[in-house]
Design a protein. Structure first.
Length: 401
């Protein structure tokens, strides 16, 4: 497979999630068309206001990929194929960072002539919002495909339109990089299952208040910010070893929970709940020597805690006999299957008593305890308090804070 065929495949894969173009040029930025790359509308770099910046980088013997954000807030990735003569330039884009508000785009459009305004409006309407993390990943992959060389994130260069204001420059360089660094530190804590992840989250949110959108309610903006956080945490947890099925199921569950939030306080509680949930699971991955089948069984129990669970079903799902599964489960978790399910149900019951208005009857029925008597006896034996006393204590503590 030659280089252009590789880039064509990369472009096709990218377009499953982000509709972007990849254009190819020579060292003088003359467009190159070929049968492999879909260059039907080759990007006019001068029209896109990035030609001068690319030429300057070439003249300075630029080697590594770099980002350009033009005056309109459109972002492009530029990469070079330099292992063979002559030099070829590849441009991927455009995309949006999500940092600029609609009013900033409107201000930049007001300064353009009508032709540029039309082009830029079309580009903004079609351009996907791509996170910094994804852009960096795309740049490193593009460089590897072009030069068969792996590079680090910090080798990628950040550029900008020199006619832009100082504020715009700061947004791209110091601010953008600061957010990315804080984001990576936060996600590292999530992957480790570190209970101190709050510190990383505080640092990240101190650098950015989230997506800035001039339209829409504060509630919807709050939801959108947590949706982004949920996506980042879900992917990071998969990288940490959490089952993709479990991570995506959790993602779906918390997405529905967020959509049902009626005010910003509920969004904040949902955000806290999802973070604690993922961190607890990742912590278990790092701190327990548990085989994949038993870990899957534990994760399945957590996700289906409201359903009737049996050794027959769980052993069948992991491909073991009932006897072998029961023996292996107790050896690795320190509990019988029945004890583990009961404890998991009690933890959920505590959460529901503390953070919902559900009646105690609804809670024990939802969790399949069979009878109110059985629920009260089991709960008091584990928690030292009846469900009613537990809820009253939580409520009293909240009022005293």
């Amino acid at each position: 497979m030659n280089t252009d065929e590789k880039i064509q495949l990369f472009s096709e894969i990218l377009n499953f999630s982000h509709p972007v173009n990849i254009w190819k040029y020579d060292a003088n930025l003359n467009p190159l068309r070929n049968k492999h790359l879909n260059n039907g509308n080759v990007g006019d770099l001068k029209f896109m206001q990035i030609e001068d910046t690319i030429l300057e980088n070439i003249n300075n013997n630029g080697k590594y990929p770099f980002f350009i954000e033009n005056k309109s807030g459109l972002i492009f990735i530029v990469a070079y194929e330099y292992v063979h003569d002559p030099l070829h330039v590849y441009v991927l884009g455009p995309s949006l960072s999500g940092l600029n508000s609609l009013s900033i785009y409107q201000t930049s459009l007001d300064k353009m002539n009508s032709d540029k305004t039309t082009y830029t409006l079309q580009a903004i309407n079609k351009a996907p919002i791509i996170s910094t993390t994804s852009l960096i990943r795309y740049a490193t992959i593009l460089h590897y495909l072009l030069n068969d060389e792996k590079i680090l994130d910090n080798q990628i260069i950040y550029s900008y339109d020199k006619s832009s204001s100082k504020e715009a420059i700061n947004n791209i360089s110091a601010k953008h990089m600061g957010i990315y660094e804080a984001e990576q530190n936060f996600l590292r804590l999530i992957k480790e299952g570190n209970p101190q992840y709050h510190k990383g989250l505080q640092k990240m949110t101190s650098l950015s208040s989230g997506m800035r959108v001039d339209e829409g309610s504060g509630l919807q903006n709050a939801r959108n910010n947590v949706f982004v956080l949920l996506t980042l945490v879900s992917r990071a947890s998969i990288e940490a070893g959490l089952s993709p099925d479990v991570s995506y199921d959790l993602n779906d569950y918390y997405a529905k929970l967020l959509n049902n939030c009626q005010n910003i306080s509920e969004v904040a509680r949902a955000s806290q709940e999802l973070l604690d949930d993922y961190v607890k699971r990742n912590h278990a991955l790092h701190n327990k020597e548990m085989s994949i089948p038993i870990r899957y069984a534990c994760e399945y129990i957590s996700l289906h805690i409201n359903e009737e669970l049996s050794i027959d079903e769980l052993s069948h799902r992991v491909g073991y006999t009932n006897y072998y599964f029961s023996h292996k489960f107790k050896k690795e978790t320190g509990k019988t299957v029945a004890q583990y399910i009961k404890d998991a149900k009690l933890e959920v019951a505590k959460t529901m008593l503390a953070s919902s208005n559900k009646s105690i009857n609804d809670i024990y029925i939802d969790l399949g305890f069979g009878s109110r008597n059985h629920f009260f006896t089991t709960f008091k034996k584990a928690a030292g308090l009846s469900p009613t006393q537990y809820r009253e204590n939580i409520t009293a503590n909240k009022k005293s804070q």
